[in-house]
Design a protein around this ligand. Sequence first.
Ligand code: ADP
Ligand code: MG
Length: 380
Amino acid sequence: MSVSAGNSIVLDNLWKTYGSFVAVGGVSLSIEAGKFCTILGPSGSGKTTVLMMLAGFSDPLRGKILIDGDDVTRLPPQKRDLGVVFQNYALFPHMTVQENIAFPLKMRGMNAAEIKLKCSQMLDIVELGSFSARYPAELSGGQQQRVALARALVFEPRVLLMDEPLGALDKRLKAALQIEFKALQRRMGVTVVYVTHDQEEALTMADQVVVMNGGKIEQCGTADALYDEPRTEFVAGFMGDTNLIEGVVTGKGGNGEMRVEHPTGRTILVHNGTTGVGDQVSVSLRPECVSLFTREGAPPEEPNAWNGRVANVISLGDALRYTVVIGENRPSLQIELDAKVSRRGPHDARFSQGDEVRVHWNASDARALARMKKGGEMAR
Ligand code: ADP
Ligand code: MG
């Protein structure tokens, strides 16, 4: 199959409302040709609505959609040169695998010999060559998904849209197909917009992750950037686990550090975030960045070192997750911190429930993020 370069996509201030309800409220986004872009967000955040507008199945109230620089906002779906795989966009049950994949080519009036060739190439790519005469009901869920993918790609679209295509599959199969999708996308050079609520899925496949919340884009970047440098509490919590500690910014330190005061009066040193002096913040601290020490010997000094007690230990297989309670004697100001420690670490660094410990973290691993009030407004 010839490698056709994908097309770039630009969404410019897209809006979609249902009555007075704003499903998508001003989404602007630019996706480079040939990239794998994942739209990630909780259920109801507007992901499907964005994809439906991009596909041409739903008209935006306002805004523009450009594909390869052309304004397609008012073009019908079939004129947009898109492949589409939606979770409930089923295969035709009365057609064989071969007939399903041939369908878009027949619709485009291709001759029989060419259709046969294209289908067999596509069947090879998704590794279903020996299944061509089967009906969808005779295939596993993963095989059906691969047929759906083949059907979406057979006419060599420059853009492939996928909406939670692996939602119904078990974890192992999901992981295998994610890797296959990604490899196939690279080989074909097609631009992919992939919608999911599963952050692991986003991490596996995406060149670019767009985090949506409440009909808006919260942050956009590589998966690593979103994990290491979240700009909001929402992104920090949605891209992996994090500890959130409340406080107020009291000053800027050297080395791009910032001082945050916890309600107990303790000072937390953090890496400079997106906030200013006087702001109410949540300090985000990933569990793998929290270290535990015994109280004997020379445990780390303040700041960023607190005494606590191990309240819980959970085995994660390759790691242990400790929940440490700090300030037990002041219930209203108690802090719970999760620490994730590799199992390969030194054995004397293992703790049990009830152990007295000292927690420590580096300022460079802590981020001060503007706190969200209820309703999504920033607190000041
Ligand atoms: P997601 O795909 O992120 O789960 P959707 O884009 O499907 O979210 O929906 C975003 C919001 O818009 C939801 O609150 C949903 O209930 C609402 N919505 C979607 N489609 C319609 C519709 N046809 N009529 C009214 N509300 C809708
Ligand atoms: Mg959806």
